[in-house]
Design a protein around this ligand. Structure first.
Ligand code: ADP
Ligand code: ADP
Length: 227
């Protein structure tokens, strides 16, 4: 569970990127965070990731204040999927997916087993593990990005415009697949998008941000009946 309690973030230059925001993401749920460019979405994600600290308020993760969590452990408990993928081009798909388990000290057999499971989960052909990222299509690379983020069984998954760089047909396909995958995952998800349709489709709740403020927090059904 992720709890934001009266969180604000003011950058050094005086910009208030997030302004007195409170919400919670119950364990196993997905909250989509939607709003125009500059409304504070990335700042919110960076605070959950522990890359930056709020200037006011306390973020709790599974009941513990984030600042009391060991930063390295915390980041290993968070999977991160971003728009421009960021796969390591000189590493194979197996090595890319296995990187976090590897740095966490898993042994080779364990990593191979996990990589195999994940490749199946994200619906890639098993042979793909020996390929390099630039031998895959954009949609396939993004599937690898999802697999990598899930590799070490994180409690929290952060998705920042994960399908934003894909063509509309591939995007819809990955959205549908991810909805399906998500049902079997025991992971709490914050999903950033500027696309309201995607926010309504992917979220159990939708957090609408504007100018650093949380202006609405509702289920997709509530939002549609009360826009
Ligand atoms: P979004 O992800 O919704 O586009 P951001 O969280 O990136 O929004 O930015 C929110 C506001 O904070 C914007 O006005 C942006 O210009 C500002 N901002 C982001 N990062 C910094 C920074 N490091 N220093 C100062 N202002 C920043
Ligand atoms: P770094 O060397 O930047 O600390 P890691 O070696 O921990 O990154 O993870 C390798 C890659 O896995 C990162 O480049 C990133 O794409 C992804 N990743 C996994 N978990 C996180 C996280 N919590 N924050 C950012 N990136 C992560």
């Amino acid at each position: 569970m992720i709890e934001f309690e009266r969180i604000s973030k003011e950058y050094a230059d005086g910009t208030v990127a997030v302004d007195d925001v409170s919400f919670e993401i119950p364990a196993g749920e997905t909250v989509t965070i939607v709003g125009p460019s500059g409304c504070g979405k990335t700042t919110t994600m960076k605070m959950i990731n522990g890359l930056i600290n709020p200037t006011e308020g306390t973020i709790h993760i599974n009941g513990t204040p984030l600042i009391e969590r060991d930063p390295i452990e915390h980041r290993r408990n968070i999977g991160y999927v971003i728009q421009d993928i960021g796969l390591f081009s000189h590493l194979t798909i197996r090595e890319n997916i296995g990187i976090v388990p590897d740095i966490s000290g898993w042994d080779g057999d364990q990593i191979d087993k996990r990589v195999k499971e994940l490749v199946e989960l994200v619906r890639l052909p098993p042979t793909v593990t020996d390929n390099y990222p630039d031998e895959l299509s954009g949609g396939q690379q993004q599937r690898v990005g999802v697999a990598r983020a899930l590799a070490a069984n994180p409690d929290v998954l952060l998705m920042d415009e994960p399908f934003g760089a894909l063509d509309p047909i591939t995007r819809e396909q990955l959205q549908d697949e991810f909805l399906d995958i998500q049902r079997d995952l025991d992971v709490t998800i914050a999903f950033v998008t500027h696309d309201i349709d995607e926010a309504l489709k992917m979220g159990d709740h939708v957090a609408v941000m504007h100018d650093g403020k949380l202006v609405q927090f509702d289920t997709p059904q509530e939002l549609l009946s009360n826009p």
